[in-house]
Design a protein around this ligand. Structure first.
Ligand code: FAD
Length: 374
């Protein structure tokens, strides 16, 4: 019988890709590493560029199996459904069970569309997560545009993601649609400002830019229902839309609330990224709530948590003290506006232009290539 400690990584999110790429270091510390994931990591940094037609879907993907197996770990294709913490076993949707000694969650987030009745795939509603959704959306829209149809598209949610999505649907239309058959693209924001996480002056500049790209930005549009090819607002207004992209914010997967661990829109962890209730369990990225911090749901945080998670798994295996993760107070965010320009911001500083999107594409390529075989 093996005496190796079993480290099981659930979800090939940003931080787990890093840990998987260091499975050999964990093996040296006496552990076996197993990564469980449905099978493909879609990189959100390139998601809107893929939607807009600049990148092929495969340019936006990483193969997590290859990452972990190339470093001596094991891969299990599947979807974890529940955890029996008493017996230290994971249960997967296909009936498999897996034993663990150390467990880490990096399963991302989903879209909160609960406020919109009738918001289903059959009604052509497309949540922005999982990112994989955006590939069939691109195919569907490209076909319609190329056939000379001009289906009206509504993007619900005027945060950074909604803005980028709307701009890239406009880019896709420019690529495929004849100039006399451009679709109506509406960006519907619930409040009276949009892209609220940007400096106010950047938000205004972005609104002008989107208008110049032909996007109809509407404020105070709180959508309550999707019915008969329309969106219905709380003031009774109806908005026609053949396709609806839902970008209303990200929430942690609800099944994590049933593990018997503290959960507050994410598994509650301390500064060492360890569950406040179970010292054998870690959580990182969008599915974690770091006690005392209200972090935006961004991949950049998962990337910065990655080395701390790896160090703390190693420290746990060796019985050493864990280190703290300190979230950065400012970070670089770059929106790809689909027309060869981008809007970059960091704290209160921002700039819009070609250099921003060039930098974004360079950073994104560097990330993806770091996980591909050389
Ligand atoms: C359109 C769009 C654009 C964005 N652009 C940016 C950007 O430019 N920069 C940025 O920093 N952030 C961006 N974000 C936010 C970003 O997507 C998330 O914050 C980020 O993906 C979270 O990373 P993560 O590592 O927590 O999980 P993810 O990257 O979401 O990875 C989670 C993994 O877990 C797997 N998984 C899920 N459930 C299970 C399960 N039950 N069992 C096993 N595996 C499971 C998933 O298949 C996936 O592979 C964007 C979001 C969207 C929607």
């Amino acid at each position: 019988m093996s005496t190796q400690a079993k480290v099981v990584l659930v979800g090939a999110g940003h931080a787990h890709l890093h840990v998987a790429a260091h499975a050999d270091a964990l093996a040296e510390a006496g552990a076996s590493v197993t990564l469980v994931d449905p099978g493909t990591f879609w990189y959100s940094g390139r998601a809107t560029g893929m939607l807009g037609g600049r990148f092929a879907p495969e340019d936006d993907q990483i193969d997590p199996r290859a990452v972990v197996e190339n470093h001596g770990g094991a891969f299990v294709a599947g979807h974890v459904e529940t955890v029996d913490r008493e017996r230290q076993r994971l249960h997967l949707a296909d009936g498999q069970t897996l034993a663990y000694d150390w467990l880490s969650f990096n399963v991302g987030s989903g879209v909160n569309s609960s406020a919109i009745d009738g918001c289903t795939a059959e009604a052509n509603c497309w949540p922005v997560k999982p990112i994989a959704n955006l590939a069939p959306l691109r195919t569907t829209l490209s076909r319609a545009f190329a056939a000379g149809e001009a289906p009206a598209v509504a993007v619900v949610g005027g945060g950074n993601t909604g803005c980028e999505i709307a701009a890239n649907i406009a880019a896709l239309a420019r690529r495929h649609a004849p100039t006399d058959a451009r679709p109506a693209i509406r960006l519907l924001q619930g409040g009276d400002t949009f892209a609220p996480s940007l400096p106010a002056s950047a938000g205004k500049r972005l609104a002008d830019k989107l208008a110049a790209l032909g996007i109809d930005v509407q404020y105070n549009r709180r959508i309550t229902e999707r019915r008969d090819g329309e969106l219905i607002c709380d003031d009774g207004e109806h908005i026609a839309a053949a396709h609806v992209v839902i970008a209303t914010g990200l929430v942690a997967p609800q099944w994590l609330a049933h593990l018997g661990l503290a959960f507050d829109d994410g598994l509650v962890v301390d500064d060492t990224l360890r569950s406040v209730d179970d010292p054998q369990v870690f959580a990182v990225g969008d599915c974690a709530h770091i006690r005392g911090h209200a972090l935006a749901r961004l991949g950049v945080f998962g990337v910065r948590q990655a080395p701390v998670l790896l160090a703390n798994l190693l420290a746990g295996l060796r019985g050493q003290a864990l280190e703290n993760y300190e979230p950065q107070s400012k970070w670089l965010s770059i929106l790809d506006l689909g027309d060869g320009t981008g809007l970059a911001s960091r704290g209160q500083r921002w700039w819009l232009g070609r250099s921003s999107v060039w930098l974004k594409h360079w950073l994104d390529r560097r990330f993806i290539e770091s996980y591909r075989p050389r």
